[in-house]
Ligand binder design. Sequence first.
Ligand SMILES: Nc1ncnc2c1ncn2[C@@H]1O[C@H](COP(=O)(O)OP(=O)(O)OP(=O)(O)O)[C@@H](O)[C@H]1O
Ligand SMILES: [Mg+2]
Length: 247
Amino acid sequence: MKNRLTTAQEKIRQNLDFKNRITGMISHEIRSPLSIIGLYSKKARANVKDEELKETFKSIEFTTNSLLLLSNQILEYSKEDTHQLVLKCKKVHLKDELNHILSSMSSLAEAKGNQLQIESNLKSDSVVYTDVAKIHQLFYNIIGNANKFTDKGWIKVALDFKPISGFENNLAVIISDNGVGISENDLKNIFESYYQGTVSEKVTNLGVGLGLNICKEIVELFDGEITVTSEQGKGTHVTFNLILTQV
Ligand SMILES: Nc1ncnc2c1ncn2[C@@H]1O[C@H](COP(=O)(O)OP(=O)(O)OP(=O)(O)O)[C@@H](O)[C@H]1O
Ligand SMILES: [Mg+2]
């Protein structure tokens, strides 16, 4: 009996090791083609005169960089034994970073006939010590959702950055849309992993219902809270806040 148990445990460990090795390998190998796309885009940007085209290339570089951050994250997690989500912080110019994220999301919204409107009180000298990859994930997921469930409408992003003590700031974010909205019953479950609402059957949704679950986990790492309010047929508001350390 004991022998069978040990063999089964050994098998599970081997399977996990194999999975970890594969995720590690993929995230590692994906970095070279991504860097190459970034380099080509930089080269092309240097050679074009058209300002609009230059901006497009900048967004390509930013988005590939975002993917690089993400694959680095996967790589780090596949190496770690604890498998716990933790913040990996560095010095970040918050205004620049968020501007970049929002401008690349703006192109995505335009492609679906949606308009991204931004309201922000962030100043150029707002420098914080934070995990930039996780901030990317939050905005990509939530604006991505707003865009997925809205057609020819608007998506509003409101950013409010305020000091709460000598060394901490609160970043309050509201992302609203005037899309299909969420039914009361779905609203109760949307933070569950793999939960997708009933509307998801009507729109082309390649997702799996993990986005908001991941966002909740990330927001809690920042000692913040996330809530969703919505009215069917009218639209959705996602509100969250992050506590950020001042540099
Ligand atoms: N802005 C929104 N408007 C309407 N419904 C939304 C919105 N955001 C989330 N939802 C609903 O909540 C569900 C869960 O969202 P979540 O981001 O977790 O999953 P997903 O977008 O379906 O898949 P994934 O994020 O894994 O790509 C969605 O399937 C959708 O029904
Ligand atoms: Mg999603």
